[in-house]
Design a protein around this ligand. Structure first.
Ligand SMILES: Nc1ncnc2c1ncn2[C@@H]1O[C@H](COP(=O)(O)OP(=O)(O)OP(=O)(O)O)[C@@H](O)[C@H]1O
Ligand SMILES: [Mg+2]
Length: 324
């Protein structure tokens, strides 16, 4: 197998707040290979965004430990100048909220030009304007030359999301991180955006890291999944085996929450209880207070990832393995 472009090992992120330390990410491992498509799935607050922001050096004020290597270069602790050269060009991110990530007082062309020229300062204004039109065309915005002259408020939500994608691919990245790229959009537009990301991945040989809280989005969109709970990966594996035979009760719960055509009139299952908060984790397995399979031993120690069929899962009941 090829060398990973992005290799993350035991990444930990802690925010110091007036009410105490918030261990938002508690030891993540992740490998992203060229052309890969990986989804990071989990409930709100599980640490999905913070993980990716920390890799890009964007968790200001937080303590970040562990390792995140881009083609062998350590990103954790890298000085900002070197980080900026990688961020937005080699590894780029579509941020979670397109409405606030676009500047309302600049035209689309100007915003795209700023992104292009930040990494290619020798490019003329004329050339970057032409590249902006080309990028809008690549993300399937019709009449791209006209749209380039528009301000963000003149575009629909779906179009604004396409502009965000255009910005993220402007400097031909090798890794594209898409943080909830479809959450604010209606279902048909969601499908179009997912299709666009997949087309771009194939055409530009990108590796795609898709962050989502919706396991339903993952099925046709990525090859691998990492399920996060309370700042850690509790299961990972290829999409097929993970959907067919999940090895963690939390993954099972997420799958049971998915709407099914054959159960149209039934109320969907929900995972009971509330997500664990990083400030007040229970002893042992953080999912145990909500888990249908809980055993007294679950509060002894936090389980580590171990093989379950074709996936790796951190559950001492289903995988019958050691704990940390
Ligand atoms: N700047 C910060 N200071 C303190 N705590 C923070 C900060 N940023 C994030 N957190 C906490 O870190 C945890 C993980 O947040 P994160 O944004 O990664 O969640 P997420 O999985 O992306 O959720 P969502 O699906 O809602 O986007 C949360 O408990 C959040 O409150
Ligand atoms: Mg998030």
């Amino acid at each position: 197998m090829s060398e990973p472009i992005l290799q993350v090992r035991d990444l930990r992120v802690t925010f110091a707040t007036p009410s105490g330390d918030v261990p938002a990410v508690r030891g993540i491992d992740l490998d992203v290979h060229p052309g890969d498509s990986v989804a990071i799935v989990g409930e709100s607050g599980s640490g999905k965004s913070v993980t990716m922001l920390a890799i890009l050096g964007l968790t200001h004020g937080a303590t970040v430990t562990g390792s995140a290597r881009y083609r062998g270069t350590e990103l954790v602790g890298l000085e900002q100048g070197a980080l900026r050269r990688i961020r937005g060009s080699k590894v780029s991110m579509i941020f979670q909220d397109p409405m606030t990530s676009l500047n309302p007082v600049l035209t689309i062309e100007r915003q795209l030009s700023l992104v292009i020229r930040a990494h290619q300062p020798s490019m003329t204004r004329k050339a970057s304007a032409a590249r902006a039109v080309e990028l809008l065309d690549q993300v399937a915005i019709s009449q791209p030359a006209q749209r380039c002259k528009a301000y963000p408020h003149e575009l629909s939500g779906g179009m604004r999301q396409r502009v965000m994608i255009a910005m993220a691919i402007a400097n031909n990245p090798e890794v594209l991180i898409a943080d909830e790229p479809t959450t604010a959009l209606d279902v048909t537009v969601q499908a179009q955006i997912m299709e666009l990301l997949d087309d771009l991945r194939r055409e530009h040989h990108l590796a795609l890291v898709l962050i989502t809280h919706d396991l339903g989005v993952v099925a046709g969109a990525t090859d691998r999944v990492a399920v996060m709970y309370a700042g850690r990966v509790v299961e990972n594996g290829a999409v097929g085996p993970l959907f067919a035979d999940p090895g963690h009760p939390y993954t099972r719960g997420l799958l049971e929450c998915l709407p099914r055509l054959d159960a149209r009139h039934e109320i969907q299952a929900a995972i009971p209880g509330v997500p664990a908060t990083p400030q007040s984790l229970p002893p042992g397995c953080p999912f145990s207070p909500r888990c249908a399979l809980v055993q007294p031993s679950c509060s002894d120690a936090e389980p580590v990832l171990a093989p379950h069929g074709e996936t790796m899962a951190a559950c001492s009941v289903l995988t019958r393995t050691g704990v940390r």
